[in-house]
Design a protein around this ligand. Sequence first.
Ligand code: NAD
Length: 261
Amino acid sequence: MYKDLNKKVAVITGGSKGIGTAISKRFGQEHMSVVINYNSDSKGAQEAADEVEQNGGQAVIVQANVATEEGNASLLQAAIDNFGDLDIWVNNAGMETKAPTHELSLEDWNRVIAVDQTGVFLGSKTALNYFKKQNKAGNIINMSSVHEQIPWPTFSSYAAAKGGVKMFTKTIAMEYAKDNIRVNAIGPGAINTPINAKKFADKEQYDQTVSMVPMNRIGKPEEVAAGAAWLASSESIYVTGVTLFIDGGMTLYPAFMNGQG
Ligand code: NAD
């Protein structure tokens, strides 16, 4: 546990399942107060909130679409109304769509960019304005992916969005360092969450994914949440503008294993 996180207030977008739920639970274990955002799955968000409270934290759930300004404003308002402040904002919500790029519809491209990239901009902007108005140190964590670095054929909208999140994170980290606002990203590898449920249910695809991980296994959402807790805490006080890869070594070019290449 990180003592300085006690009673800190966080907003976590896309908290009704997967990595967002794991971060919510971990923040509960840190005795934080958490606004858990969901888009449609209020049941999943409520289960996460219950677990936060069982672990000694506080939680409220708020429906909002992160691709809208009003949605992000309502999350900040919930933090202020329920917990009186905001310390940490986690832009976690994300989605992906698979299609050969020459067949990818503009609608699907826009949907992915709206959530994975514009959502990160709008969430960050909302938090930055609050931190600046209050003249307080702030902390923003953006959920990127190994695909901010590794190309991903047939997922070009996702890779483009995450590549954008990488440079957006670095740019605003530099822009607001003087205001004592830290901005970092997390780059998960292959993690066992609902986004991968279909893929991992297929043994061939599961084994193929594992073969791309030097540590030879799929990651757990809790392992990503541990990185989020560290970045949220003052243990990482001199860290800004980085992507913390939590990927079992996936970004280390595993095809070169055993001296091939
Ligand atoms: P998930 O599908 O389990 O969860 C995604 C969450 O985002 C869901 O709660 C969903 O409702 C929410 N969401 C989607 N659109 C939204 C919107 N418009 N407004 C509000 N919420 C919305 O996926 P996950 O694996 O937990 O992914 C979380 C983040 O981690 C995403 O940004 C994803 O790109 C990233 N990531 C995941 C993996 C992985 O292997 N699981 C790897 C790299 C990066």
